[in-house]
Design a protein around this ligand. Structure first.
Ligand SMILES: *[C@@H]1O[C@H](CO)[C@@H](O)[C@H](O)[C@H]1NC(C)=O
Ligand SMILES: *[C@@H]1O[C@H](CO)[C@@H](O)[C@H](O)[C@H]1NC(C)=O
Ligand SMILES: *[C@@H]1O[C@H](CO)[C@@H](O)[C@H](O)[C@H]1NC(C)=O
Ligand SMILES: *[C@@H]1O[C@H](CO)[C@@H](O)[C@H](O)[C@H]1NC(C)=O
Length: 962
């Protein structure tokens, strides 16, 4: 028994000794203690977010090598890697570097994205002889750490991106400090091979000391406010393999000496304004990675010389938006003999010719192909090669024909497929269902027809599906709703889809965006997915009430558009507290009842309730929506006054109350709506006078940058395709992101010119007008209206307005339409109005105007009788009625001439005529009274004529026969 006991004890000790040698128990004890000390050295607020180091002192895990973010050598079990990004979110902001000293074998230290301002005793890390990787990106060090960094001679990779080392005061001193660091401490013996300095501020230029780091193989200065020409100094870095200068403001021509950087494998100049000589590509034979998007080429470009001069195969080519303007035949010449492309982006270059099918066929490892925004035509017709393509964007071209039937067999790896804005026809091939990894499918704006294929429910990974603006008909397959569990965005607008909206829709719990507008769906709304943000079913044939309970459950609802259907009943009270709602459009339905007084829509910006049967007064509750930009209540049965609290809606741009039964006068407080650009109060029973303070309102005088109407931008998904994580080691990294940009396209109907038009999106930023027509307004038109110089439409017709047309109206230099008809205006039409040369509609008919119609200037000569009729005392063309007497008319005309010639022609003509008549009358009188003088006079005339005749005939002969 004792023997066994001793044997066990002995083997235990042997085990301990052996294990201690081979580190069976894991990391060194001192390393374990140091890690715990590191953990305790920082402050962490565990409530606010996830603490990445929280499990470090978990007693069960004695071996710290298995701890998160710790990496050990598999044989020695000593810590060699510490990945401590976002681990020290303390406000103290400094860390004692000597905490890392126990890790004698440490090779890799990542301290990125902590909010450190100082690393105390950083120079002591020079004792860690194996430390070759140090990542300090995204901290806020001041430049006091620079000297100590210089002592870390074992470093091969240093990431100082976004560390603000030169933030703000980029003084010469700071630069020289970096220079000193580089020259004195790293010198030529420096082993530094990779230097990341991106996202710092180098607006004063690249620190020259960097050019002395001649062992440097990779340098990143991405996003560092560099400007002007690219420095020749970079050519000193003869060993450079990877150079990233993207996202700067470089200009000018790329230095020719770049042709000497023959080791360059990867060059990234995206997002600069540099002219790139084509010789760059023909000389640098090692290039594999070329990213030049956004820059310009010098015309002829490398496409004349095929890329076969390269010693290796090109892997990455990004030349989007380089103004290449070339054909696919040129592209063929250039990329002939390239078989190993992984990434190709030539979007936005006016690339023409037929779609380069050969590109996909010969580069079987191609993963990303982006050719959007070009003029490619022809079919996509890929031969039977199964490709690795996962990102395929040919949107906005002129691709024609049917999709090839086996497209899903040829492109089975696709994650992203965008063929929108082309001319693709025919039905969808069933093989689409083979693309089982597909996340993103956009075929919108084509002419694809047929029913929606049930088989698409196999695309279980789909998060975005856009088939809008095609010719699909039939219902939405039930199976989609059972299987497409990850769908975030579903857009089927502008098709001919029909049938009911399926209860199954409710199963799509991920769905954020659902757009089904402009189809023929019938029935009631059913249950809406509870996480929805954007729900648009406008322009269908939906009936029944708006389901109150379901609406109440939509906690994230931002856009609800039920426009142009046949919904009836009241607005459900459950809408009252939707604090997330920004866009609500229930217009053109048969909704009735009052507008609920419980409305408390604090985020609401656009409210459309027009063309319904709402009654009662406009509730004060609308005031809660202080961000309101559009309020459209046109064509309802609303009554009561326009309340003075409207003045509180300071952001209001569009107020449309046309066609109700509103009465009372316009409250002066309306003039506080300084941002109003469209105001329509027409067709009501409003009375009183037009407030002169209207002249204080902006009406279109919008400050630039204040555009509140935007084009549609949906919450969607996208890809940040191809990033490289290590400059020396390019790695494809596809990841999907959800795009949170959101803006709903606003549409407003307003009468400008003589037509009522619907204005959409950003155009609304430029539209302005007032319509007060068809009310009972009395009094004079205030002169102050003339201060609304940006206004485009003014309609005051069909009121009881009196007095003259203000001369100040001549200042309305953007006015396109002026309607003052059917009032009781008097006086003349001010001739100054002819200064407005934008007018295309002018109507002053049926008033009591008098005097002559102004017709002298171009715009006014286009208005016909209808503009003026019904004014008994108005005369002159285009009216039939001439102005009273000729003299009067002549006088008027002369008055105009004299005004335009700047002299008193009337008195000139008058005195001339008077003396002429007097002389002639006296002469005739003498001849009549005295027969002798009469005889002499006629003899004299005869003699004169016979004397003159020979001269006359000769002169006339000469003229005829020169
Ligand atoms: C692990 O340690 C052994 C022995 O010291 C060494 O030979 C080996 O290169 C180390 N491995 C790594 C990945 O550092
Ligand atoms: C240690 O071994 C594991 C498992 O074999 C491996 O995943 C890890 O990369 C190795 N670590 C190092 C530093 O070599
Ligand atoms: C390229 O290098 C050669 C030889 O080293 C040199 O003569 C030439 O001037 C360099 N070219 C440029 C543009 O710097
Ligand atoms: C595609 O590859 C084939 C065979 O490898 C070759 O004959 C053809 O010229 C290549 N086409 C292009 C455009 O490179």
């Amino acid at each position: 028994m004792e023997y066994y006991y001793r044997l066990t004890l002995l083997s235990f000790w042997v085990f301990i000794i052996l294990c201690n040698h081979n580190k069976c128990f894991g990391c060194l004890e001192k390393e374990r203690i140091a890690l715990l000390e590191l953990k305790n050295s920082r402050e962490w607020d565990p409530i606010s977010s996830y603490d990445p180091l929280s499990t470090w002192d978990d007693k069960k895990e004695f071996d710290c090598c298995v701890w998160e973010r710790v990496g050990c050598n598999n044989t020695t079990r000593q810590v060699i890697q510490l990945t401590l990004y976002r681990a020290f979110r303390s406000d103290i902001g400094y860390l004692n570097a000597s905490l890392f000293l126990p890790f004698e074998e440490l090779q890799y230290l990542d301290l990125s994205d902590n909010r450190l301002t100082d690393l105390e005793g950083l120079d002591r890390l020079s004792k860690l002889k194996k430390l070759h990787f140090l990542d300090l990106e995204g901290n806020h060090f001041n430049n006091s750490i620079l000297p100590s960094l210089g002592t870390l001679t074992s470093l091969k990779t240093l990431n100082l991106s976004g560390t603000d080392i030169c933030k703000g005061s980029l003084t010469q001193g700071n630069i020289s400090l970096l220079a000193k660091l580089v020259i004195v401490d790293w010198k030529s013996s420096s082993k530094l091979k990779v230097l990341y300095l991106g996202y710092n501020n180098f607006s004063r230029g690249i620190p020259p000391s960097i050019f002395t780091l001649n062992s440097l193989q990779a340098l990143s200065l991405v996003g560092s406010y560099l400007n002007g020409p690219i420095s020749y100094g970079l050519c000193e870095l003869k060993n450079l393999r990877d150079l990233d200068l993207s996202k700067n403001e470089f200009e000018g021509i790329l230095p020719p000496c770049f042709n000497n950087l023959t080791s360059l494998k990867a060059v990234d100049l995206r997002g600069n304004q540099v002219y790139i000589p084509s010789s760059l590509i023909s000389n640098l034979k090692s290039l594999e990675f070329i990213a030049l998007s956004g820059n310009q080429f010098d015309g002829g470009l490398p496409f004349t010389s095929p890329l076969k001069s390269l010693s290796s195969q090109l892997k990455f080519l990004d030349m989007s938006n380089c103004n290449l303007n070339m054909s696919t035949t040129d592209l063929l010449k250039f990329l002939h003999n390239q078989y190993d492309l992984r990434y190709l982006d030539i979007s936005h270059n006016n690339l023409h010719g037929s779609f380069p099918n050969w590109l996909v066929e010969n580069n079987t490892r191609l993963e990303t192909l982006v050719l959007r925004n070009n003029s490619l035509s022809g079919n996509i017709q890929l031969g039977l090669v199964v490709t690795l393509l996962n990102y395929f964007d040919i949107s906005n071209n002129h691709i024609q024909g049917n999709l090839q039937t086996d497209i899903g067999v040829v492109l089975p790896q696709l994650l992203y497929l965008n063929l929108s804005k082309n001319s693709i026809e025919g039905t969808l091939p069933t093989s689409l269902a083979n693309m089982k990894y597909l996340n993103y499918l956009d075929l919108s704006k084509n002419s694809i027809e047929g029913t929606l294929p049930t088989s698409l429910s196999n695309l279980k990974e789909l998060d975005t599906l856009d088939f809008s603006n095609n010719r699909f008909f039939g219902g939405i397959p039930e199976s989609w709703f059972l299987n497409l569990k990850f769908l975030i965005s579903l857009k089927l607008s502008y098709n001919s889809l029909s049938g009911r909206i399926f209860p199954g829709l409710f199963n799509l719990t991920s769905l954020r965006v659902l757009r089904l507008s402009n189809n023929q769906f019938i029935g009631n709304l059913g249950r809406i997915p509870s996480n929805i943000w954007i729900f648009d079913i406008s322009q269908n044939q939906m009936t029944d009430r708006i389901p109150s309970i379901d609406i109440g459950k939509l906690d994230y609802l931002r856009t609800l558009i039920l426009r142009n259907n046949s919904f009836h009943g009241p607005i459900p009270l459950e809408l009252c507290n939707k604090s997330s709602l920004e866009f609500l459009d229930l217009s053109n339905n048969h909704l009735s009842g009052i507008i609920p007084s419980c409305l408390n829509l604090t985020s609401l910006k656009y409210l459309h309730l027009q063309e319904n049967k709402f009654s009662g007064s406009i509730p004060k509750a609308i005031l809660q929506s202080s961000n309101l930009i559009t309020l459209d209540l046109k064509h309802n049965n609303l009554s009561g006054n326009i309340s003075k609290w409207f003045g509180f809606l300071r952001n209001l741009r569009v107020l449309l109350l046309k066609g109700n039964r509103l009465s009372g006068s316009i409250p002066l407080q309306l003039c506080q709506l300084k941002n109003i650009s469209l105001l329509d109060l027409s067709h009501n029973n409003l009375s009183g006078s037009i407030p002169p303070c209207f002249g204080n309102i902006n009406f279109g005088k919008i400050v630039p940058g204040e555009d509140v109407f935007e084009k549609n931008a949906d919450v969607g998904t996208g890809y940040n395709h191809f990033e490289y994580t290590d400059l020396l080691q390019m790695t494809g990294m596809e990841y999907m992101y959800v795009d949170w940009i959101y803006s709903e396209e606003e549409e407003v109907e307003f009468m400008t010119k003589s037509m009522s038009g619907a204005y959409k999106g950003d155009i609304l930023n430029f539209l302005s007008g007032i319509d007060l027509s068809c009310n009972q307004f009395t009094g004079q038109i205030p002169n102050d209206i003339g201060a609304l110089t940006m206004i485009m439409a003014l309609n005051l017709s069909n009121n009881q307005l009196t007095g003259p047309i203000p001369r100040t109206f001549s200042k309305l230099k953007h006015l396109e339409s002026m309607d003052l008809s059917r009032n009781k205006l008097t006086g003349e039409i001010p001739s100054e109005l002819t200064d407005i040369n934008t007018l295309s509609v002018f109507n002053v008919s049926y008033n009591n105007l008098s005097g002559e119609v102004p017709y002298m200037k171009a715009q006014f000569s286009t208005f016909d009788e209808n503009s003026y009729k019904g004014n008994p005392f108005l005369c002159g063309p285009p009216l039939q009625k001439p102005c009273k007497t000729i003299t009067e008319s002549t006088t008027v005309t002369l008055a105009r001439w004299s005004a335009s010639y700047g002299m008193d022609l009337i008195s000139l003509f008058a005195s001339f005529a008077a003396s002429y008549i007097m002389t002639l009358a006296g002469f005739v009188l003498v001849l009549y009274i005295n027969p002798y003088w009469r005889h002499i006079w006629f003899n004299f005339i005869d003699t004169c004529l016979s004397f003159m005749f020979p001269f006359w005939s000769e002169a006339i002969y000469k003229v005829d026969n020169p």
